[in-house]
Design a protein around this ligand. Structure first.
Ligand code: NG6
Ligand code: CA
Length: 501
């Protein structure tokens, strides 16, 4: 090679080096209560979810991906911190007036991106608490998402069925009239205001269990609130509002790397999709909420296409816990379920230690980077922090994410095995997966979550299942394989009692 070519070659290779090293934008679509079998590409009836199916066609579909837990707050804590939630007190399902449970300054998933120069935003469901005690909803709402790595947010504080039923943008309630301040509490009603319990005649959606406190938009909620009339959300518009915020962030962030945490309120109860989706699924409002969710996914994909960002954006689609049919309202979900199987072939669902509790749909797409297909790799959302840190070029371990491991190769499809083992959290305890084995220790907890009619996986005898041969966890093989039982019992004990860093 003659020396005069060197500068040219050097600049080409530097350019290529930069192009190869240039990390993609990341859009994480985090769905609420979507079960393994709830979308067509995972076994629901054809045509229900064309946009999610497109994602699966163009991306990598996981068949053994897990949320950390079978309910919302702990799974969200895990995906954002990289720490198993059961290591900390206070990480169960939070009321809407709870304080923030992620310590400000921690290296969260959002902070990883922020430190790498990304613009970061949280849109949709939060449910990780806000403030640090006695929060005044009429003043600056902090600490919150902006103190744990997000540049901006447009969120609902807790769940669709918990007060306060308002949107929070950055640190303020959207549309709040100072002359009509908001008060929120969970311990007793506000005098003079109707409740679902005292005034069921005011409800347009009856509760099947709980949900009998404040009445907002004719729907009984959990918790009590007063004031803020102009700021109250309208349930039927929530998908449009959140989608508009997500689309706006993507469009504004074009030209710089960005991370969008888009946590949909679909398909949690109360299921009140926009009227344009009513009747579209033929499965009642739970199915219609899935159709609305699919529209949301379509809007995100369309925005990326139109902005020319599809190639350089890693889209991750997954859910915070397994499915539930009746979660507290008399919508028509049970009656109209038909032969739809929300948890696919898995046992249990939301709240449960069986696979239906944490095994969720997960699709990863980046055209040209992630080869389309299907993978059996065992993966967990807890590993997003460490894995995506590697994606954006961060070096060194993250001390506050002790359970998060670099599984980037599995997430991008290069490694078809993934983790050797992971811990699953149901209501009332833990279970462990190692390869094909699933061990559930003995537990005297209730067998059923009665109101939702879900098997919890609590059993006075320890159980062992071969989930490869028997995905439905129907045949206990503990007596046949005492060696595996002993090994997994020990491993779970070790993992759950390991000292905190
Ligand atoms: C339960 C609620 C349920 C749902 C759940 C949290 C009752 C009877 N049940 O306590 O409706 O809100 O909490 O769901 O109130 S999660 O997906 O946010 O974890
Ligand atoms: Ca949930």
């Amino acid at each position: 090679m003659t020396p005069r070519f060197l500068p040219f070659l050097l600049s080409v290779s530097l350019c290529l080096g930069r192009a190869v090293a240039s990390p993609p934008n990341v859009v994480l679509i985090y769905v609420d209560d979507l079960g393994y079998g709830d979308v067509s590409c995972y076994g629901a009836k054809p045509g229900l979810t064309p946009n999610v199916d497109r994602l699966a066609r163009e991306g990598l579909k996981f068949t053994d991906a897990h949320a950390s837990s079978a309910t919302c707050t702990p799974s969200r804590y895990a995906i954002l911190t990289g720490e198993y939630p059961w290591r900390r007190k206070g990480t169960g399902i939070l009321p809407g007036d709870a304080s923030l449970i992620i310590e400000p300054g921690r290296v969260t998933l959002a902070q990883v991106f922020k430190d790498a120069g990304y613009a970061t935003a949280a849109v949709g469901k939060w449910h990780l608490g806000l403030g640090d005690g006695n929060l005044d909803w009429n003043a600056a709402i902090k600490p919150g998402p902006l103190e744990v790595g997000f540049d901006e947010c447009f969120i609902m504080p807790a769940t669709t069925d918990r007060v306060p039923c308002v949107f929070v943008k950055d640190r303020a309630v959207v549309g709040l009239d100072p002359a009509d301040p908001i008060s929120v509490r969970y311990d007793r009603p506000f005098e003079g205001l109707p409740t679902g319990k005292a005034n069921p005649e005011l409800l347009r959606l009856q509760a099947s269990h709980g949900h009998d406190m404040a009445i907002v938009n004719g729907v009984g909620r959990i918790g009590y609130m007063k004031g803020g009339a102009k700021a109250l959300w309208r349930d039927e518009e929530m998908a449009d509002r959140f989608t508009a915020a997500a689309v706006d962030f993507i469009k504004r962030s074009r030209g710089q790397p960005f991370f969008l945490y888009f946590a949909t309120h679909n398909i949690h109860v109360p299921r009140l999709p926009h009227p344009r989706f009513l009747g579209k699924s033929g499965m009642g409002t739970r199915g219609d909420s899935i159709v609305e969710l699919d529209w949301i996914v379509g809007e995100v994909l369309r925005t990326l296409d139109e902005a020319g960002l599809a190639e350089n954006t890693l889209v991750v689609f997954t859910s915070d816990n397994g499915p539930v049919v009746d979660d507290g309202y008399r919508d028509d979900a049970v009656e109209k379920l038909g032969d739809h199987k929300p948890a696919g072939s898995f046992r249990g669902g939301k709240y449960s230690k069986y696979e239906g509790g944490t095994r969720v749909p997960m699709i990863v797409r980046q055209p040209g980077k992630v080869a389309p297909g299907e993978t059996k790799a065992l993966v967990t959302q807890i590993d997003f922090v460490a894995s995506l840190a590697v994606l954006v070029g961060r070096e060194g371990p993250i001390a506050t994410a002790p359970d998060s491991r670099n599984q980037l190769a599995a997430l991008l499809g290069a490694d078809g095995v993934g983790r050797e083992s992971l811990v699953e959290q149901g209501v009332g305890g833990l279970a462990i997966r190692r390869g094909r084995w699933k061990f559930i220790p003995a537990s005297n907890g209730p067998r059923m979550n009665k109101p939702t009619n879900t098997e919890l996986g609590n059993d006075p005898a320890p159980r062992l299942y071969d989930v490869e041969a028997d995905p439905g966890e129907t045949r206990d093989v503990a007596a046949e394989r005492p060696d595996v039982v002993a090994r997994l019992r020990e491993e779970l004990r070790g993992a759950s009692t390991a000292p905190l860093p």
